[in-house]
Ligand binder design. Structure first.
Ligand code: 4AD
Ligand code: MG
Length: 450
């Protein structure tokens, strides 16, 4: 026997006809009962809008709704009739209602509005609210849009390991893996991966166009609204390609996945636009569909130095681009996404390709308004001798990178790749300002319950 599910509300209501007899299931989101009529709004997560169950006096009667509490799971039967309420074509003239799971008065989502902070403590119940229901549908749609973008272009999805032997970024933000006695489990140091890049590069050296998409981990102490200890990263890697090819790919990618989410999640996006971040839909849509601005790090520093703006952190060649600088560039100077390229080599990771000036590397960050960096990437150092002298210059041990170096010995190619912070992209699209609110069960310093 094949799977015969309940019909989700979204499916049911998309081709509903007046007078149709239906059975629906869901959780009660709102309840309103008067002398003459009762209403229960139920939702099953398949779409933002719920279905209004009506309990008319000349039918089942309001008393049948009276006994059902907010938060309860129910199954109801009845007939679809045109709705008098706005925002919905049909409502259900209820004939039977069955409480599957009752919900007592201490249900935490009793009132209509809750703060995001309160709901963060209720990570098991928050997907039943409108905001979070919308967030996680958009998260699903964005993941699908990402796969479709790459699959349509023949990229191979590679499942890079979560347990890693080395620190790809060299930033020392690793979670170390031990057994319960605190001993290295694998007989040598191993870590939760900070990025799938080094492994995925090996597959680009065989399949040409590849990507990895999965969880990554950083033991960053920085407790900011944009950093999580566990987050997802999308990392394409392309062979026979340089930094310009990479910028073109990244721009197409951001544009296409944004447009795809906008069209797939129109109802949810309209909700964010109205209730979470006024105008976010139009702002993102307009700016991602224009060509992205580009500037070098050197130009970016000049702009900051002559901006007349007081920044908390120093600006000048050789300084870090801090979030406040990144936001100024994207939000106020360009007013849209901007690629910054050609960073000082000492500000970036060992694997980035050294440029002819020998001071900068062929790196790029994509900065967007309100967030700053959402993508980090580069052309990779494909010349074995240059790679090895860079490892030496940094005082890094060559040994763990023996396989990475062999890719440069055996049929090397110019190649490039980037990493998009999946949650940062979600924040950009929805206007949600804290990364903890776009992750089902967020992990951040001091937060790993549930
Ligand atoms: O810039 P990052 O560190 O780049 C890399 O890891 C490269 N290996 C990627 C590559 O070239 N394949 O990280 C990439 C992106 C950042 O731009 C940011 O959006 C996101 O990952 N990111 C985080 N997101 C949430 N929480 C954190 N702690 C993050 N750290 C980085
Ligand atoms: Mg970065």
């Amino acid at each position: 026997m094949s799977y015969r599910p309940r019909i989700p509300l979204a499916t049911l209501l998309s081709d509903a006809v007046e007078g149709q007899a239906v059975t629906v299931s869901g959780w009660v989101r709102n309840k309103r009962v008067s002398k003459n009529v009762g209403f229960l709004e139920i939702n099953d997560g398949s779409q933002l809008a719920g279905l209004q169950l009506v309990f008319p006096a000349d039918g089942i009667g309001p008393a049948a709704a009276e006994g059902v509490d907010k938060g309860a799971s129910v199954r109801a039967t009845g007939t679809l009739v045109p709705s008098k309420g706005k925002g919905q074509a049909f409502e259900l003239r209820t004939e039977t209602i069955e409480v599957i799971g009752a919900c007592p008065e201490d249900y935490p989502l009793q009132t209509k509005r809750h703060s995001m902070e309160f709901l963060r403590e209720k990570a098991h119940l928050r997907p039943r609210t409108r905001t979070f229901s919308a967030v996680f549908r958009v998260r699903n749609a964005l993941a699908m849009a990402i796969h479709e973008f790459f699959q349509a272009r023949g990229f191979l999805w590679v499942h890079t390991p979560i347990i890693a032997a080395s620190d790809c970024e060299g930033a020392g933000e690793l979670f170390r893996i031990t057994d319960l006695e605190g001993k290295d489990f694998f007989g040598a140091e191993s870590f939760l991966t900070v990025s799938g890049q080094l492994n995925v590069e090996t597959y680009a050296s065989a399949y040409t166009d590849v990507y990895t998409f999965g969880p990554t981990f950083r033991a960053e102490k920085s407790n900011t609204p944009r950093h999580a200890s566990e987050f997802w990263m999308v990392e394409p890697e392309i062979a026979f390609a340089d930094l310009d090819d990479l910028l073109a790919l990244a721009e197409d990618f951001v544009r296409e996945v944004a447009n795809s989410v906008h069209s797939r999640c129109a109802e949810d996006m309209a909700f964010f636009d109205q209730w979470v971040d006024k105008g976010v839909l139009g702002r993102v849509s307009e700016t991602v569909n224009k060509p992205f601005a580009r500037m070098t790090y050197t130009e970016a520093m000049k702009i900051l130095e002559t901006s007349g703006r007081k920044f908390e952190y120093r600006v000048g060649w050789g300084q870090d681009l801090q979030t406040e600088h990144e936001r100024f560039l994207a939000e106020e100077y360009i007013k849209g996404p901007v690629f910054v390229t050609d960073y000082p080599k000492d500000k970036k990771a060992f694997y980035m390709r050294l440029s002819d000036d020998e001071r900068t590397v062929a790196a790029t960050d994509l900065l967007v308004p309100r967030l700053g960096e959402i993508i980090g990437g580069s052309q990779r150092e494909e010349r074995l001798d240059v790679l090895e002298s860079e490892l030496d210059r940094r005082g890094m041990d060559r040994a763990p990178y023996w396989w990475y170096s062999e890719l440069r010995r055996y049929g090397t190619t110019p190649h490039a790749g980037f990493g998009l912070g999946f949650e940062r992209m979600l924040m950009y699209l929805t206007g949600i300002t804290n990364i903890r609110d776009v992750i089902p069960f967020p992990r951040a310093p001091g937060q790993a319950d549930f």
